[in-house]
Design a protein around this ligand. Structure first.
Ligand code: ZN
Ligand code: ZN
Length: 505
């Protein structure tokens, strides 16, 4: 079967598959000297054999199965030497079948790391980047995709032997190619160029040490933080302006048409609650970890995966390093660009109040805008019912003086509907996570954490203690949570010690 895939001979492969060969079976493959235990789909991806991959997928090949080293088919595709167009087509076919671009190897390398190391072409890289939820992730040695770009031209025997990289292709990598890929990753702000690896080296340090001066220069320039106004405060400013403009428009054009004062009071209360909760969530310390270690290198006896190389400390369970704030946050949920702050253990309650109040605020303003549009409309003759008269209104409101106010009401209404749907969906997912005692980060990246995996590779949530206890843990005292986390940490450490013992045997 592997020979048919190498030749991309779909006819022979189809015969084999229909005659009962197992499409998911692990098989030995000779990769120019080294024997690798992989599945047919892995080889299909590595050869970017479009027809073979389609045949395999159509006959029950599972996309997220691992080879003997813990690679998925996307890891194989990322280091493929095939042309970008074929690789992109295979990537799209695998993605349609549910391939996960964030699946890490046992050393926490994601397919994007491999693609960066193999200096993949931009069209393929852009598709892979879009499919990757956490493109800035680092492996157990603290390396990001930019470190891998800087290391790309290095012919390490170990890398070539264990990764299936083609030696000739590696030596053909020029600095121009590395600069192109690094510039691409930087342009999309996918990876933090300041992130150090386990040896405290940034990608620029690695490039400079290898005499890639142009690449080092590009990475050094990217390391300089952008100006305050240019980045950090831009989104909060846009948010305040949009919210303010919608309410000013509502004050002048919507509320005067509402006969009762009560809706205005409710809207005002929702706006004040949004502002207060937003201010609290945006300016409060989200639970930054204090540095607990300062010796420059990884302390002996500590699992490299549980050490933050940027902050130089041992990570606490459920904490994560935020690349925007460049700090580790306890029970990291996500970084909110609209508030320019992380959402973590200590400000998540304010954040939940903020999005709830914003949801009510936008909903109320939308409902009042709709009421005012209908009311203004009913002043005019409406012989064919309100739907027909609304359509007439849209057409006439553009070019008459009478229609100015009505146009503003329509714009406010449209904006409110769009925001209402988006904030509603966000609120729904936040609430669901809250009831399950999970953070947004954990929901997206659970595969990176050993404590979410069952022994047979499935998912379990060790933090779920029932809806009431989960709500209590989210909103109230965290002391009890601490006890549980400490107990869990011991259990996880014991489990990982056990599994590493198994591995060495
Ligand atoms: Zn950190
Ligand atoms: Zn942050």
């Amino acid at each position: 079967m592997l020979a048919a895939i190498e030749a991309d001979n779909a006819g022979t492969l189809l015969q084999l598959v229909t005659s009962g060969s197992d499409v998911n079976e692990l098989q030995d493959w000779d990769s120019g000297g080294a024997l690798i235990l992989l599945r047919p789909l892995h080889l299909g991806a590595h050869r970017a054999a479009v027809s073979s991959v389609e045949v395999l997928l159509a006959h029950g090949a599972q996309v997220n199965l691992l080879d003997a080293r813990g690679w998925t088919c996307l890891h194989y595709l990322a280091v493929s030497n095939a042309d970008s167009d074929r690789k992109t087509r295979v990537l799209q076919a695998l993605r349609r079948a549910g391939a996960d671009a964030d699946w890490p190897t046992p050393t926490q390398q994601i397919p994007l790391h491999f693609a960066a190391r193999a200096v993949a072409e931009e069209p393929f890289l852009s598709h892979l980047l879009l499919a990757t939820r956490d493109p800035g992730a680092n492996d157990v040695a603290g390396r990001t995709s930019l470190h891998y770009v800087a290391l790309a031209a290095e012919r390490s025997v170990e890398d070539v032997a264990c990764s299936g990289y083609d030696g000739a292709a590696v030596s053909a990598i020029t600095e121009d190619m590395q600069v192109r890929v690094a510039a691409f990753l930087l342009r999309f702000r996918a990876v933090d160029p300041r992130a150090p690896d386990a040896q405290r080296l940034t990608a620029a340090d690695i490039a400079a040490a290898r005499n890639r001066l142009e690449l080092a220069g590009l990475l050094r320039r990217a390391e300089v933080p952008r100006s305050c106004i240019g980045s950090r405060w831009f989104m909060p400013l846009v948010f305040c302006l949009l919210l303010g403009a919608a309410h000013v428009a509502g004050l002048f054009f919507v509320l005067p048409l509402i006969p009762s004062i009560l809706p205005s009071i409710l809207l005002g209360l929702a706006l004040v609650s949004t502002a207060c909760a937003g201010f609290s969530a945006g300016f409060r310390d989200p639970g930054y970890l204090k540095s607990n270690f300062n010796a420059g290198t990884l302390p002996a006896g500590i699992d490299p995966g549980s050490f933050c190389y940027s902050c130089q400390h041992v990570k606490v369970l459920r904490s994560k390093h935020c690349r925007s704030c460049n700090k580790c946050v306890r029970e990291f949920d996500h970084h909110c660009p609209w508030l320019n702050n992380c959402i973590g253990k200590t400000n998540r309650t304010s954040f939940y109040v903020f999005i709830s109040a914003l949801f009510i605020d936008v909903g109320s303003l939308g409902a009042l805008s709709l009421a005012s549009v209908l009311r203004e409309n009913s002043r005019r003759a409406a012989p064919d019912g309100w739907v027909c008269s609304l359509v007439t209104e849209v057409c006439s409101s553009c070019n008459t003086h009478y229609g100015l106010g009505q146009s503003v009401r329509w714009v406010v209404l449209a904006c409110c509907i769009i925001c209402f749907v988006q904030i509603g969906a966000f609120w729904f997912f936040r609430t669901r996570n809250l009831l399950r005692n999970l953070t947004t980060n954990e929901v997206h990246n659970y595969k990176r954490y050993a404590h979410f995996k069952t022994d047979d590779g499935g998912f379990r949530n060790p933090f779920d203690r029932g809806v009431c206890a989960n709500c209590h843990a989210y909103f109230c005292s965290h002391e009890e949570e601490r006890e549980n986390v400490l107990a869990l940490l011991e259990e996880v450490t014991a489990r990982s010690a056990l599994s590493s013992t198994r591995g060495t045997i």
